[in-house]
Design a protein. Structure first.
Length: 445
């Protein structure tokens, strides 16, 4: 259930705003954190993750109960209703998590509504309508309801699965919901401990709703929406919920009559990760298949390798999971959008959580890519703004995610002896956490 709500403007800074009572808080003579050793006074180091590793897939790499117990973290996530999750399970009964399923669903919906508003499947035309369908106008929560508003000559304000989206001029959410997650003794996420907060401020949304809707009509060409989502690679655990959200949105749109008088045609492709050329090859196939919109990639680093190809071809790219700040000002011909919030917002939620837990010294481990380095720097900035000093929060330790081991990075955390360690990474996070546990500074209770 939603138990806390926090809203801060883009320029706001200050003290922690969350009031959490879950495991991990408090301070002691060691400078913060819990005592894990009872009367021995041994300090328990609190471990935090982010959306790249805070999923049940991480627990599959640990055999010993309690190896992740108490590890906490953040991920962009709305408190999803059972109606939506039940429908996702009809698409994929094997789903373990719902991370970015809502954002993917909304990305498809927004794209379809913009094309319908413009009366064309030409992304260079309907890009002008994208931001406007997320604010102003008449509120609607389904494609059918929004379509009725458009057909009546109005402007829909789509309040999607992830809530009021309220895009900024840059084509990204001005405010977003984040889940505060925690692993239990069985190395799975403890759903009962999940809480939700809002970061950002809808007041920072754009004000230009875009052109008036084009006259209702049909086109000789259908809208083609492609998916570029991780079926393999370091973010493959995010693939199933994103693909389920994509497929459910396509089904709902077509059940309501489609776009421009015809069913939307869906094309799917694997984004892989940056260790392969999968995304480049997939984008080429999607463009050859006539995609007007490409939903993806999930990885900011992968999107960075293909954004120029997609937008340069006059095709719209809308990511459900890119969070790197580099895309806010990227030269994308006005064709790049995202339903995931920028890391500027997640950094606030994560820093608030860490500060409210009473941690006075914080070490940061982050993978070397736009997501890892950007989130690390933004989180550190928010911790400093929250009252910690540069000595209490040293510069992040940046690592190569393809390295054979992370012994050197783990040793740096041992030497630092902080109250808290943030691990910003993907599938390699399990190796790092195993190393932290082996040194007695991990989440293992």
């Amino acid at each position: 259930m939603r138990t806390r709500t926090t809203a801060r403007g883009i320029a706001a800074t200050g003290a922690a705003l969350l009031a959490l009572t879950a495991c991990g808080g408090g301070s002691d003579d060691n400078g913060g954190g819990d005592n894990a050793g009872g009367d021995s006074g041994e300090k328990q180091v609190n471990i935090y993750g982010t959306d790249g590793n805070m999923g049940n897939a991480l627990g599959e790499d640990f055999d010993e109960d309690g190896a992740l117990a108490g590890m906490k973290g953040t991920t962009p996530l709305t408190e999803l209703g059972s109606d939506f999750t039940d429908r996702l399970l009809e698409i994929d009964p094997e789903l373990q998590d719902y991370n970015y399923a809502g954002e993917t669903y909304d990305a498809v919906m927004i794209s379809a509504l913009a094309a319908q508003m413009a009366g064309t499947n030409d992304a260079n035309v309907f890009k002008a309508y994208v931001n406007g369908v997320t604010f102003g106008g008449d509120k609607c929560e389904t494609f059918q309801a929004c379509l009725e508003i458009i057909n009546a000559g109005g402007n829909p304000d789509y309040d999607g699965i992830t809530g009021p989206l309220a895009f900024t001029d840059a084509g990204e959410p001005a405010a977003a919901s984040f889940a505060l997650l925690q692993f239990g003794a069985d190395n799975a996420l403890d759903n009962d401990a999940t809480q939700y907060v809002i970061a950002g401020d809808e007041e920072n949304a754009a004000t230009d709703e875009g052109p008036a809707p084009a006259p209702a009509g049909t086109t000789s060409e259908p809208l083609v929406i492609g998916s570029l989502l991780p079926l393999t690679g370091s973010l493959a655990f995010l693939g199933p919920p994103e693909v389920a959200g994509f497929n459910l949105a396509i089904a709902d749109i077509n059940a309501a009559g489609g776009v421009l008088g015809a069913p939307v045609r869906a094309e799917g492709a694997d984004s892989g990760d940056t260790s392969t050329d999968t995304a480049t090859q997939s984008v080429d196939r999607l463009l050859q298949a006539g995609a007007n919109v490409i939903v993806g990639a999930a990885s900011s680093a992968v999107s960075q390798t293909v954004i120029d190809t997609i937008t340069g071809a006059g095709v719209m790219q809308i990511s459900p999971a890119n969070t790197s700040d580099i895309f806010t000002t990227y030269d994308d011909n006005g064709l790049y959008f995202r339903t995931a919030p920028p890391d500027l917002l997640q950094a606030r939620a994560l820093a608030d959580l860490i500060l409210e837990d009473g941690n006075n010294t914080v070490g940061i481990l982050a993978l070397n890519d736009p997501y890892g380095t950007g989130l690390a720097e933004n989180t550190r900035t928010n911790l400093l703004d929250g009252g910690l000093t540069e000595e209490q929060v040293p510069e992040p330790v940046i690592y190569d995610p393809t390295a054979a081991n992370f012994d050197a990075e783990v040793q740096q955390m041992v030497d630092l002896n902080p109250d808290a360690i943030i691990v910003i990474g993907f599938e390699e996070s399990s190796k790092i956490i195993q190393g932290l546990n082996a040194e007695g500074i991990g989440p293992q209770r």
